[in-house]
Design a protein. Sequence first.
Length: 144
Amino acid sequence: MQLTITHVVVISLTATFLLLAADKAGGLRKDQYVWTPPATQAPITAAADPDKGKPPPHNDKVEDLPDGKGRETTFYTCTACHGVALIKAQGLTRDLWDSTIDLMLEKHRMPPVKPDDRAEILDYLAEQFPPRRRGRGSDNPFLK
Ligand code: HEC
């Protein structure tokens, strides 16, 4: 029998399907790394916190944030770990600022904030750093 191109195609397709079927439930990949969600982080205690009492890693002052209600609360709550530049670089909706605070709390282990303070910070951030307008000139420093 002569092996035509059709034979070759049919045979390779069959082989592929057989392999896929065999592997369907990961059967051929038993030793592969499987992601499992990390255990929830234990809250950092004062005694275990290696950064306790260290000065923040920047020389920013309250005045480096634009003036407005909530500036001080925001400064003292939000610049323990990074400078104001990280904050000023963002322009977000209120919802996204809210999620940013959640992110700081959950992922970056920011100490809990009092609800009143949180509301004040959120008002301040939403007011001072709203989403930037896209479009002509908005990213052009020469047009400012
Ligand atoms: C306990 C430490 C800590 C505190 C307090 C903290 N952050 Fe952060 N924040 C971080 C870390 C860590 C990063 C990631 C920094 C980096 O990439 O260099 C970060 C990044 C950010 C970013 C940049 C995110 C991005 O997507 O680029 C923003 C914005 C931000 N923080 C805002 C805030 C605000 C607002 C507060 C106060 C409500 C705050 N942070 C308080 C630790 C903190």
